[in-house]
Design a protein around this ligand. Structure first.
Ligand code: HEM
Ligand code: HEM
Length: 200
């Protein structure tokens, strides 16, 4: 359910300067995933055995991070849970329309479009790393179609990540807050009138 924050009747002086939104595991997993995917990417075309090993370990780390994030999305803190931020298609479409006319509200957690991008990044990330893993098993070793699928999924993941970063920068500009910094500190400006903080 979308819950616009009511006009504040409390005295601003009693409000905290910042509120805690992202718990430590969300932040740790995000930046670990970014590092692992980028490391897998830069080592993907290397010929040396050491670089190939780094590629495989980085990819497997990304897979483990995604698995942990999926569990944390069910049992984690409030803004980490999928039910808190993944909205239905109607709400997401409405948000997209608002965004096109530059009227979209600020969200305290992930906004509906960002949320679906997160679902896409986690799914494609899992498939990209999973297909890489399969390609080194005895059963699928040397299968050309799997190598091509793996490369395609990895390219798709990087393209989605680029769009994701554009979305983050756009939302940061629109709502005048540094979202990458919030993903580091876990803190954001408190909700104001008209902001949305979904109730799960
Ligand atoms: C391979 C590249 C990347 C991947 C796979 C990725 C993936 C993700 C995922 C899965 C989330 C959800 C966080 C959670 O709730 O656990 C997220 C959120 C976020 N990411 Fe990334 N990310 C990438 C790169 C980046 C980069 C380079 C930045 C910095 C500019 C960034 C900034 C953010 C921010 C600020 C959020 C929170 C967005 C919000 O406020 O709703 N990401 N990212
Ligand atoms: C999200 C993580 C990953 C990304 C972004 C990624 C990216 C890539 C890319 C772009 C290529 C193609 C390189 C070329 O142009 O030839 C590649 C190849 C390869 N990757 Fe990954 N990879 C990931 C995870 C993994 C994992 C987990 C493994 C194994 C444990 C793995 C094993 C391989 C192998 C053996 C190749 C060469 C043969 C093939 O294409 O299947 N990768 N990877």
């Amino acid at each position: 359910m979308n819950t616009p924050v009511p006009a504040p009747d409390a005295q601003p002086s009693t409000q905290p300067a910042m509120v805690k939104v992202w718990d430590v595991l969300v932040r740790l997993l995000h930046w670990s995933l970014v590092s692992a995917v980028l490391l897998a990417w830069v080592t993907s075309e290397a010929d040396q055995p050491l670089a190939q090993q780094v590629h495989e370990w980085a990819g497997l780390t990304a897979l483990a991070v995604i698995a942990l994030r999926l569990v944390w999305g069910v049992i984690g803190s409030r803004h980490a849970r999928f039910v808190q931020f993944v909205r239905n298609p109607r709400t997401t479409l409405h948000y997209a329309q608002q965004m096109l006319s530059l009227r979209e509200p600020r969200h305290i957690g992930h906004n509906p479009l960002g949320a679906w991008m997160i679902v896409a990044l986690l799914t494609v990330g899992m498939l990209a790393a999973g297909s890489g893993w399969l390609s080194i098993t005895d059963r699928f070793w040397g299968e050309e179609w799997l190598a091509e699928l793996h490369e395609f999924l990895a390219n798709l993941l990087l393209s989605l990540a680029a769009i994701h970063v554009c979305g983050v920068l756009f939302a940061s500009l629109r709502h005048r807050e540094n979202l990458p910094r919030a993903m580091l500190s876990g803190r954001k400006r408190p909700p104001a009138a008209g902001d949305v903080d979904n109730v799960d």
